[in-house]
Design a protein around this ligand. Sequence first.
Ligand code: HAM
Length: 400
Amino acid sequence: MVATFDRIARNSGYGLLVTPLFEDIGVFVRGVGEHTDVVTKEMYDFSDKGGRHIALRPEVTAQVARAFIQHRPLLPWKVRYGGPQFRYERPQAGRYRQFFQVGAEALGSEDPDLDVEVIALGWDLCESLAVSGVKLWVNSLGDKHCRGKYREVLVAFLAERAGSLCAEHSKRWESNPLRVLDCKKPECKSETAAAPWQIDHLCPECESHWSGVRSGLDDLEIPYEILPRLVRGLDYYTRTTFEFTSSALDGAQNAVGGGGRYGGLIESLGGPPTPGIGLSMGVDRLMLAVGPDASGPRGPEVFVVDLTGGGHARRICGALRRQGIAAERAFDARSLKAQLRSADRVGARFAAIVGEAEAARSVVTLREMEGERRQVEVAVADLAAKLVEARSAPDAVGGS
Ligand code: HAM
């Protein structure tokens, strides 16, 4: 999965960025938002021997912003990343305290086409992995010009219903009213069903950006649904937010990825005003959604069975692997039967058997491991070509 995302993102011009597993805690407090669950409840933080207050990274976007400010690369700056993240959450299926994300960030442009490009990375990953029942949900949260006005409208709406919200939000609705829309509790969901939505209160610039994103997705034939309550749990978002869900996963943990645009993140960390957009995909959840069969490694193309002690297996495997052919072998000079059993277990398509008689003539007996188990004698010098030919020709072995 990591390799598949790597290929997709590299093909779209995203260079590899490796960020550290821990950082000064301020990067996350100021970047992700001091009132977010990620910062207030889920951070693994500690003081190191030099008295620095640091945290295991809960996500990468704030780190990318920090790296940008520190190194000032040319814009647009497009990077991809992958690695473990840490959040002190209640562990359950699909929610772990250490989980693995792949992701990408693009800094330096407000063009809605960049939003479309980033969303397409996630869509193409889900398509390539054949994740079942994938849905893309999109929304716009406006920017600092229209969010303030919308907030007033939302606060007025919530004020009339505060007593009926969930225990947490009946107390905390005013400090962060947007978060109430994101609450999964039934009380909050039903009370906010008729809430005013940000997408109906966008300023002309945000409206035009939002319409550019939707027409770009239409143009690439990426299906989406508009979810006006999609505010997401991190504070840096402005304008576009999006999430991918899979029907193969349980309700509360069904998001396999998400992201959005951040207009003020770089500034909040002390950098020059620089827009950005990114996404992160949860590899653990993608694996749960796809299942072990589809993501499991495929067997080698050939298993070299050496009955002369191992020297031929060493040389033949070495040569085949250098030519890009997946070749496997046994060790410890096992019997013919034991080596064939190993070839079967790893799912090899062919066994290439070398006994004393074959070795004397520089040939192998190439045997199918499935179906009719036909076999044919092949010169060692021709083995690579024969195996390459067999990739596209199911009958390549012929023989008896
Ligand atoms: P996020 O929604 O917090 O966004 O995480 C993205 C994905 O990581 C989720 O959709 C989920 O698949 C996976 N994930 C999150 N927490 C856990 C967990 N505890 N266990 C297993 N999987 C988990 C971000 O992290 C943002 N940095 C996305 C972004 C990039 N926004 C802009 N750029």
